[in-house]
Structure formats: C-alpha cells, structure tokens
Write a protein that binds this ligand. Structure first.
Ligand SMILES: [Zn+2]
Length: 241
C-alpha cells in the first residue's frame, strides 16, 4: 500500500515537474525577445544619431564651399583692381585685400578638408552601424520565429502532459491525492523527493539516520521533518519515468 502510494506520488511528481518546467520556459520567452528587441532599437537609435551628425557635417561643407567660391570671385576682383591702382596707397590697400582673401580661401580649404575627413569617418560609422542593425534585426527575426516554434511545441507538450497527468490522477484515491496536492502547493510544486545520503533532496537538510533507514523499508509514508515533503528511496525513480 505504501509502495503503491509512493509510486503514485512519484508518477504525479514526474508530470508536475515537467509541466512546471515547461511553463517556466514559456513564461521566459517574451522576456528574452524583449531584450533582443531593445538591443536592436538601441543600435537603430545610435545609427540615427550618426546620420544626423553626418548630415550636419555635410551641410557645413556646403556652407564652407559656398563661402569659398564667394571669396574666389572677390579674389579675382581684387587681382583685377591691383592692375588698375593709381598710387601707392591704393596699391597697398589692394594688396592687403588680396592677402586677406587668399588667407580666407586657404582657411576654408583646410576647413573643407577637415570636414570631409570627418564626414568620411561618420559615413563609415553609419555603414558599420547599419550593418550591425541589420544583423541584430535578422537575429531578432530568427529568434522570434524559433521561439514561436518552441512556444508552440511547449504549449502542445504542456497540454499533452496535463491530459496524461489528469488521466493518471483520476486513478488515484481522492484522499491520497489531496495529501499530495496539499504538500505540492505548499512546497513550490515539489511534493515528493528522494533521500540521498540521509539528506532530503527537497530542502537539502540531513534527516535523522533512523528515518533514512525507515524510508528505505517503505513500510510507512514518511515526510521530511524540515520541509514536510514526502520521502522515498530513489531506486523507485526509474519506474516513474
Ligand atoms: Zn526536506
């Protein structure tokens, strides 16, 4: 009788543990996907901000180039003026204007060169980030698909397990079943647990040696004095699966 109860309990526990684990996995899936999604969105934001910087530099280049071509027109005018001066004072003034314009043009050229280098660096960064975005997106899509498949598989698995579990539970005497259920709901889904090395596997506490001996004899249904879980001798486990 005790042996039979232990077998029934371990069989029920087999189902309940599997159902519990599958349901835990199912619950973890949306969380995992959310993390992937955040990773992708972060990369996308970084890419967008690089795009903005790149466009800013591009428009600064255009502005500098426009200024530069204005200066070049002025330079041509100043050079012309130099040939038609009437006195030394005018000559000095035209020469000074010419020098100033040449300096502005040289400064603008340097600025444009630096800006072009910056633009190129930003363009490379944008390209790299775009590539990272697309990789991350692909991983996300792939994982989402995989997880959905897994989800489907797990849902089906849980449904089958529950059905089998219910069918088996129906064969167990109600008073016995409620004993099991009471401990299971109070003890984190684990109602019956093996004793290994005189230790309860449910709470990892050392049980009195005599109790360990008694559990082996299977003459009575024993509970762990610490966690109240039912105890059994592990060799029965093979039959349960
Ligand atoms: Zn215990």
């Amino acid at each position: 009788m005790v042996k039979e109860t232990i077998e029934q309990f371990t069989r029920l526990q087999y189902f309940d543990t599997k159902i519990y684990e599958a349901e835990k996995l199912l619950a973890a899936i949306p969380e995992m996907l959310k993390e992937r999604c955040i990773e992708y969105e972060t990369l996308l934001e970084e890419k967008k901000s690089l795009d903005v910087s790149y466009n800013e530099v591009r428009s600064e280049i255009q502005k500098t180039e426009a200024e530069n071509s204005d200066h070049k027109i002025l330079l041509a005018g100043a050079q012309k003026k130099l040939t038609s001066v009437h006195n030394n004072r005018e000559y000095e003034a035209a020469l000074k204007e010419l020098d100033n314009l040449k300096k502005s043009i040289s400064d603008s050229d340097n600025k444009t060169r630096n800006l072009n280098e910056k633009a190129e660096m930003l363009m490379n960064a944008v390209t790299e980030k775009t590539e990272m975005c697309s990789q991350s997106e692909n991983i996300y899509i792939k994982e989402k698909k995989e997880k959905e498949e897994e989800n489907k598989g797990l849902f089906e698995e849980v449904a089958i397990l529950k059905k089998e579990r219910d069918a088996f539970a129906a064969t167990v005497k109600k008073s016995i079943l409620s004993k099991y259920e009471r401990v299971r709901s109070a003890r984190n889904n684990l109602a019956i647990t093996p004793v290994n090395n005189e230790t309860c596997s449910g709470c990892n506490m050392k049980i009195p040696p005599q109790l360990a001996v008694d559990v082996k004899k299977e003459k009575e249904l024993f509970q762990c004095p610490y966690c109240q879980r039912f105890l059994y001798n592990p060799k029965i486990e093979a039959k349960a699966s």
